[in-house]
Design a protein around this ligand. Sequence first.
Ligand code: HEM
Length: 218
Amino acid sequence: MSWLLKFWDSTVGKKVVMAVTGILLVGFVIAHMLGNLQMFLGADAMNKYAAFLKSTGELLWVARAGLFVAAVLHIISAVQLTMINRAARPTAYAKREPQVSTFASRTMRVGGIILAAFIIYHIGHFTVGSFHPAFSHTGVYGNVIIGFQSPWVVAFYVLAMASLGLHLFHGAWAGFRTLGLQKQSPTPLQRSLALGVALLVWAGFTVIPVAVLLGILN
Ligand code: HEM
């Protein structure tokens, strides 16, 4: 047990925890995005899919618990690594001109905060049903249609999905490096892979609220 604590106490340990929990979260996000695309197959297909997920009973709770633990560990290691970084440079640069960082890497923290706020709102929106009176625990298709009637809600989702895309792009790339999968090359395959995953997830999620708002899904 003590080796585990020692590992967690090290910077490398926290980075590995971030990378491994990040991979689990990306896996969930891709599966969820593909599941959501069944909205385009109609109400029956979507509701049947949601009913199937709910019918897994205890397994669903195991998955929810795993997801929750992964998200908490991911956030705690991110906060602690940020604090370690800040402690290493107690006085900020007088003038800071980023040399090798990207927009995605510089927005990891603010993007992470937008995502955390989004997830809290999202669970109230579609799982608990706190925000609209017509919410039904069996009519997921209808919930999504009603849930995206407001342009403000759609705008919030679009912003959150853009944050998710940026977060995934930098996160997947950084994760490859932490786990030592990156080859030395100016345009490594892993960077294109990270970009591909980020674009796929961003587009796959964003298309749904936008399609509802435009009346393509109704
Ligand atoms: C346009 C984008 C999205 C749509 C339309 C959507 C739709 C839904 C719906 C309908 C549910 C309820 C499913 C059910 O009750 O069977 C749900 C649950 C959930 N979604 Fe999303 N989702 C979106 C994006 C996301 C993103 C980006 C994340 C995470 C980063 C996420 C995380 C979750 C979580 C954690 C749950 C709760 C799962 C559970 O405990 O059953 N969703 N989503």
